[in-house]
Structure formats: C-alpha cells, structure tokens
Design a protein around this ligand. Structure first.
Ligand SMILES: O=C(O)c1ccccc1NCC(=O)[C@H](O)[C@H](O)COP(=O)(O)O
Length: 402
C-alpha cells in the first residue's frame, strides 16, 4: 500500500474514499513507507472496521531523502489513489489546480483526438490553462525522466560550473540604479498572447537585455505552450552572458530542479498555485542544496499567507496575471503588499518581484511604490525591435550605467 499521508495526519481518521479499495475489505494494519515529493514518510494504517481507518505517520530522515527520490513501498496501491489523495491535500490548502486528471480512465482514440472516455463521457478536461499545463508537465516529466535518469543528472550537476548569485544580482542592481532590479524574460510566445516575436533569437535577445542593464534573465523552457526550450538556457549560458538565469518552468517534480541545474540555471520558479506547502519546503531545500535560488510565485492573499509561513524564502514573486483566467491587473502587487503581509515581508527583508503586465515607467513606479525591489518583464521588452532600447523605454531612462 502506498498512500500519500501528511505528517499532520498522525492519529487522524480519514474518510474511506481516500483509501485503497483493497483496504476496504481488510481489517488489521499495514505499514507503509513512501515519499511525498522526496520526503520519506512512514505510515501505519490500522483498521478496526471496514469503514474507518486510523493513520499514523511520521516523517523520516529528510537528509537521507534529499539526495535521492522515492524509497520503496512495502505494499503498492494503484497510482491514481495516491493522486487522488494528493488532490485532496492540495484542496485543503486552498489549491484549486488539480495536479493530475482525477480519473485514469483508458485513452480512447477518435480521428486525430485522444480522449479519456468514461461511460461514454469525456472523463477529464482541465478547468483552466494552468491546470492543462500542469497535467501536460506531469506526462512530459515522466518521459524526460526515462531519457535522463536522476543518477546521471546528479553526476552532471557535480561537474557543472558554480551557479551565479541571482538574489545578490537583484539586490545590487536595486542599490545601483534606485529602480527595481530587472529580470528580463526571453519569451517567444505565451498562451495568452500567442507569438510575441517571429524572428526569435534567444541569445541575441539575452545579450541585448544584458547591455540594457538587466540584472537577471528569465528563460522560458516550456516548449508546448511558450515555444521555449532548455536548449535556449544552455545556449545563453554558453554564449558568455553573465546575468544569472532563471529557469522559467512549471515545476511539479524535484527531478526538474536537478535538470534545470544541469542545463545551466541559477534559479528556479516554484508556483504556489500548483505546489503544496510541503512540496515548496522540500523543493526550496533541494534548490539551496544545488546552489539555486528559488523564486516562489503567488497570485493571491491566500497563497501569500501560505508562503509567508514557510521558512527560508528570500524571493517572492507576485504575479499580476491570473494564470487561470489570464486577466492582468498590476494593482494585485499593491493589494498583496498591504497590511500584515507587507509588514512580515519587510521584517524578513524578502525581495518581492512584481511580475507581468508592466509596460511603462508609470507601471514601474507604481509597483516600486507598492514595495517591490525587483520586476519580471517579458512582453513589453521582448516585442521591441531593439530589446536594449526597450528596457530604457520601460524605465524611462538608461539603467545600464546608473
Ligand atoms: O504569459 C502567459 O500567458 C501565461 C499563461 C499561463 C501561465 C503563465 C503565463 N506567463 C508566465 C508569466 O508569468 C509571464 O511570462 C511573466 O510574468 C512576464 O509577463 P509579461 O511581462 O506580461 O510578459
């Protein structure tokens, strides 16, 4: 049996639907060892009646699990049961994005389409674009893992050059220019805007951004939705660009953090809308261990509250674009930095990054007044014929020499 049981659930009674059908018939107890995003979790499930189970679990050696991924299970249940519990855990933290389709009904084929049909109905369709991307990532990562096993990646990481100081670069750009440090995004396309730049040369754009005074760069590596790629990250790195690089990905698995590091990233993005608190905690530790900074991205007050409860976060991104509806509203940055949350951020000396929808010097001034020390900008500068000048236009002055 392999159930996803959080540490807090010690002694808790879980509803029958969260457990394996095989256990519905069993009275007695079973011990389980599994991993939740790399944490080793020992769990004992005992049952005195077929409808109620007591679950006791404890987290075991984090250090032991940090080096590798899953430990073996004593008994396995079908994967969808674990996924189902993972969705329940996420919901309990206010996460609306389901990490996997709720049903694992077999794929049906009709013409060019692949659909999961259950009783003649389409079984699973994502409720928004972020959910669609997340489900796709899950498949993509499984395939990529087969081609690049973790052990090989670890060796590549051991031999990789040291990372650059992403957070330090933002702080010093802010001090040097008096403006928020710029993370300039190398972005060919997006689900909300389609193609942003036809003749897209990632290295040329990165070099222009660097000349224009960007502190760091963000490189989209997702192919399907953003027409990016890890080859862009590698090419920019090997072309001698000095700015630290953020691997702009939808991370759903710790394996992706090793992969990003092996491909030349200095920082990774962790999106609170798709990751549980435990996953963020673990991925943050893993990133630090690999020398990477982590930009933890929030979109609303609830996510901000969750993230402020997690130790060790230095960089918080406030996305002004709802990744579910595409609606962009830069007053979101101001709203999330008011009151108690803003106070805690200042107390912890965190760097807040204002993300998305920034086009003019007034926009930059607005988010700076709200309290950000860095901004992440894609569309408004990548679309310019000369992205170097695009940066000067965005800030209202040349920030490369100030
Ligand atoms: O940009 C999108 O359409 C999008 C859709 C779904 C998930 C993420 C998306 N964008 C990622 C980003 O957050 C932006 O690329 C980044 O903040 C820069 O935004 P912008 O300056 O508005 O290009």
């Amino acid at each position: 049996m392999d159930a996803l049981v959080p540490v807090q659930s010690a002694g808790q009674r879980l509803p029958l639907r969260l457990l394996s059908p095989s256990l519905h018939r069993c009275i007695g107890s079973v011990s389980i060892r599994r991993s939740v995003s790399g944490f080793a979790m020992d769990t004992r499930i005992s049952s005195r009646s077929p409808s109620q189970f007591t679950i006791r679990s404890q987290q075991s050696d984090l250090k032991e699990s940090l080096g590798g991924v899953a430990s073996s299970s004593d008994v396995r249940i079908k994967e969808w049961e674990v996924d189902m519990y993972q969705n329940e855990l996420a919901i309990s933290q206010g996460i609306r994005i389901r990490r996997k389709p709720p049903s694992k009904a077999p794929l049906g084929y009709s013409g060019p389409f692949e659909l999961r049909l259950l009783n003649g109905q389409v079984a699973d369709s994502p409720s928004n674009i972020l959910e669609e991307i997340t489900w796709y990532k899950d498949h993509e990562v499984s395939r990529m893992k087969e081609l690049n096993p973790l052990e090989a990646l670890k060796k590549a990481v051991e031999n990789a050059p040291p990372t650059r100081d992403f957070v330090g670069a933002l702080r010093s750009a802010h001090q040097r220019t008096g403006f928020p440090g710029l993370i300039a995004e190398v972005k060919k396309a997006s689900p909300s805007r389609g193609i942003l730049k036809e003749n897209f040369d990632p290295v040329e754009i990165a070099q222009a951004y660097e000349r224009g005074g960007a502190a760091c760069l963000s490189v989209l590596t997702d192919q399907k939705y953003f027409k990016g790629g890890f080859e862009n990250l590698e090419a920019i790195r090997s072309a001698g660009v000095k700015c630290p690089l953020l691997c702009k990905e939808f991370v759903v698995d710790p394996w992706q953090i090793y992969y990003a590091r092996a491909k030349g990233a200095d920082a990774v993005l962790l999106i609170a809308a798709i990751l549980t608190d435990l996953e963020i905690t673990y991925m943050l530790k893993l990133s630090k261990k690999l020398g990477l900074a982590a930009l933890v991205e929030v979109h609303d007050e609830r996510e901000m509250g969750r993230v402020l409860g997690i130790e060790g976060i230095e960089l918080v991104g406030i996305n002004n674009r709802s990744l579910e509806t595409f609606k962009v509203d830069i007053s979101n940055t101001k709203k999330l930095l008011e009151g108690e949350h803003g106070r805690q951020i200042r107390e912890k000396d965190m760097i807040v990054v204002g993300e998305s929808g920034l086009f003019t010097p007034d926009d930059i001034a607005y988010v700076q007044d709200a309290g950000v020390k860095a901004v992440l900008v894609g569309e408004s500068i990548v679309k310019q014929n000369d992205p170097e000048k695009g940066i000067a236009g965005l800030f209202g002055r040349n920030i490369s020499q100030t």
